[in-house]
Design a protein around this ligand. Structure first.
Ligand SMILES: C[S@@+](CC[C@H](N)C(=O)[O-])C[C@H]1O[C@@H](n2cnc3c(N)ncnc32)[C@H](O)[C@@H]1O
Length: 414
């Protein structure tokens, strides 16, 4: 039976704290998550659904397709069950497999041992049925399997993504302390940005936030930048089906967003990197790049969304040195950014206090394993409402002028 005719559990994995934004994306694609948890969500579907998810999701790390779930208390249990699965119908006998895993089992000290038993079972089964043995090793560019084994319960999946989706493929020129693409996309989705508002990204570094914003604004599927996925290395894969999905995605790309996208950084090297990365993402013509200290960033008068990711002392600079920077960010927001929804992404709440504005929301994220916040500041212009309204559907009724806000008003909700 071709795996492309099967329906099974699809598990979409993401980093911690990103699942609400992943859920938003999955719903928008027309799927209904049956369960959402810390590290992802799941629902039932087909490999063709996985293809669509791989193509469109901005905040996912991998899309897994369940083959079997079973009890197992030791590696031999794994082998016995897995050797009975008709792998020869799914995996090319002259192909190459790699096994990834998440194992929390008392009997297993080294996950490589569990992976080895999975590999043995698959290869032995295919060898017995076809007299050929697929190669195996660490490369994730062919058929990828994933073992989840915890407290006596094992699940074996095809990893239809192959290589992780965390990298969207355009960031080829590095700059200091870049945000992961999935995290940048999630923070932008959290702001409610949809391309109709201006999007201002001072301190843009390698340009991740501005590029992700441009991809969202133009409705560009991030998967268009990838040419190889795990599902392409399963028996029954039809390149024409993928071509059709890509064609649909290409025809739904919008030319230019209504709002402007402006990215600035004090370092020419950062702007060169950001411009080149944007060129690779094919959005360089819709982002205005300038070498500028953040205070001199041009802010269109009709307001919009501004997002900044200043250094926060973990990887760049030291806390004391950063105090004046955070203080001047506060001054900039108070004096020049009226009419904007401003967002500061930081992993240092002590420094955030120095901004001296009351955050309306403090959204929790992790950057790698650093506890971070996306701080939201609503900077009203006189008695006017935010131009374009609040895209998350929340009515903003109270009026907090920046200069009225007490200096040290950020609660530490850690
Ligand atoms: C943490 S990095 C931003 C990383 C970015 N989000 C990315 O994904 O690549 C902070 C950036 O702030 C820039 N920067 C530092 N001080 C600045 C200032 N006063 N004005 C403008 N940019 C500044 C640095 O050059 C650096 O690129």
């Amino acid at each position: 039976m071709s795996i492309f005719n099967l329906r099974s559990l699809i598990r979409v994995a993401c980093p911690k704290r990103i699942a609400p934004y992943l859920e938003q994306e999955v719903l928008a694609l027309g799927f209904n998550p049956e369960k959402v948890d810390d590290t992802g969500l799941q629902f039932h579907g087909t490999i063709q659904d996985c293809m669509k998810l791989n193509l469109w999701l901005r905040t996912a790390h991998r899309v897994l397709f369940l083959i079997k779930e079973f009890p197992a208390t030791n590696p031999d249990d794994l082998y016995k069950v897995l050797v009975e699965i008709p792998w020869e119908e799914y995996i090319p006998a002259d192909g190459y497999i790699t096994i990834g895993s998440h194992v929390l089992e008392e009997s297993i000290r080294d996950t490589r041992f569990a992976n080895l038993r999975v590999k043995d079972a698959i290869v032995d089964r295919i060898a017995e049925k076809t007299a050929k043995r697929p190669d195996s090793g660490p490369l994730d560019d062919k058929t990828v399997l994933f073992l989840h084994w915890k407290e006596g319960q094992a699940s074996i999946f095809f990893d239809t993504s192959g290589a992780t989706l965390a990298r969207h493929g355009y960031r080829q020129v590095p700059w200091k302390a870049p945000m992961q693409e999935t995290l940048a996309a999630a923070t932008i989705l959290a702001t409610g940005y949809d391309g109709t508002q201006n999007f201002i990204n001072p301190m843009c570094g390698s340009g991740t936030l501005a590029i992700e914003a441009a991809l969202i604004a133009t409705n560009t599927a991030p998967g268009l930048m990838h040419s190889n996925y795990g599902f392409m290395h399963l028996i029954g894969y039809e390149p024409d089906v993928w071509k059709e999905l890509r064609k649909d995605a290409l025809t739904s790309v919008k030319e230019a967003p209504k709002g402007k996208i402006i990215a600035t950084d004090i370092h020419g090297g950062a702007i060169n990197a950001a411009r080149e990365n944007a060129r690779l993402a094919e959005v360089d013509d819709i982002i205005e790049f300038k070498v500028r200290p953040f205070e001199e960033t041009f802010l269109p008068a009709n307001g919009g969304i501004m997002i900044m990711n200043p250094a926060y002392g973990e990887r760049l600079g030291e806390n004391d040195e950063l105090v004046p920077l955070y203080k001047s960010i506060g001054d900039f927001l108070k004096q020049k950014a009226q009419g904007y929804m401003a967002y500061i992404f930081t992993g240092n709440m002590e420094l955030a206090k120095v901004i001296g504005l009351k955050a309306k929301r403090r959204l929790e994220f992790y950057n790698a394993n650093i506890d971070c916040r996306l701080l939201e500041y609503v900077l009203y212009q006189g008695s006017k409402r935010i131009p374009g309204g609040d895209k998350r559907g929340q009515e903003i009724t109270e009026e907090v002028k920046p200069e009225d806000a007490p200096d040290d008003t950020i609660d530490l909700e850690l």
